[in-house]
Design a binder for this molecule. Structure first.
Ligand SMILES: CC(C)(COP(=O)(O)OP(=O)(O)OC[C@H]1O[C@@H](n2cnc3c(N)ncnc32)[C@H](O)[C@@H]1OP(=O)(O)O)[C@@H](O)C(=O)NCCC(=O)NCCS
Length: 171
């Protein structure tokens, strides 16, 4: 049985995390975004997946704000990546599930993701429009998704929720 371990990133993981993101996505934009978010102190939770002691996956969460830029207890999931040769083995799912637990433990009440509409619903994400939450980007309704960690939390927020300004380069 192959061992899978999810843990917070350490300084030694930084170049591997960059490499995994660069390999999994079509361009290096996401890899550079991860570095830029870390450099700006905008990383809330950054986890790696180790398979038999080799780092093969990564997930990042950063704090979101309301339309005015004020802080809200909502975490943005992005990006996440699993090295191509390790995909389809449940590693991405393990990263999401552990990430959600870390967000909850950090006091966050909801998580937003802009991503594949066929992937994230399995973790409980539904279109954010369900909670009257909108993206600052021109995203398809079904791709901008939300999950409440505390029932009712998003009802108190409503409106536009924004990723860190560094995401504007990627969107
Ligand atoms: C998305 C990603 C992180 C999933 O990691 P993973 O370890 O392969 O995920 P799991 O093994 O837990 O789950 C695999 C499932 O993801 C689905 N999936 C993977 N890529 C997908 C995509 N582009 N669109 C929709 N579903 C996708 C697979 O169809 C599979 O579904 P199934 O379980 O119904 O067969 C990985 O495919 C990846 O790094 N992709 C490239 C980067 C990327 O797109 N990141 C996400 C940005 S939102």
């Amino acid at each position: 049985m192959k061992e899978l371990n999810i843990r917070p990133e350490s300084e030694q993981d930084q170049s591997t995390i960059h490499q995994i993101n660069a390999e999994a996505f079509e361009t290096e934009i996401e890899a550079n975004l991860v570095d830029a978010l870390r450099d700006s102190g905008a990383t809330l939770i950054s986890l790696v997946a180790e398979r038999d002691n080799v780092v093969v996956g990564h997930i990042l969460f950063s704090p979101m704000t309301d339309a005015a830029g004020d802080s809200i207890p909502v975490a943005g999931l992005a990006p996440m990546a699993v090295a191509p040769e390790y995909q389809q083995q449940g590693i991405g799912s393990a990263l999401v599930r552990s990430g959600l637990e870390h967000c909850r433990a950090a006091g966050y009440k909801a998580v937003i993701v802009l991503g594949h509409p066929r992937y994230y619903p399995r973790f409980g994400f539904v279109p954010a429009s369900h909670f009257n939450i909108r993206s600052q980007y021109d995203a398809p309704d079904e791709a901008f998704m939300a999950l409440e960690l505390e029932p009712g939390a998003l009802g108190e927020i409503g409106g536009v929720v924004k990723y860190h300004p560094l995401f504007d380069q990627v969107a």
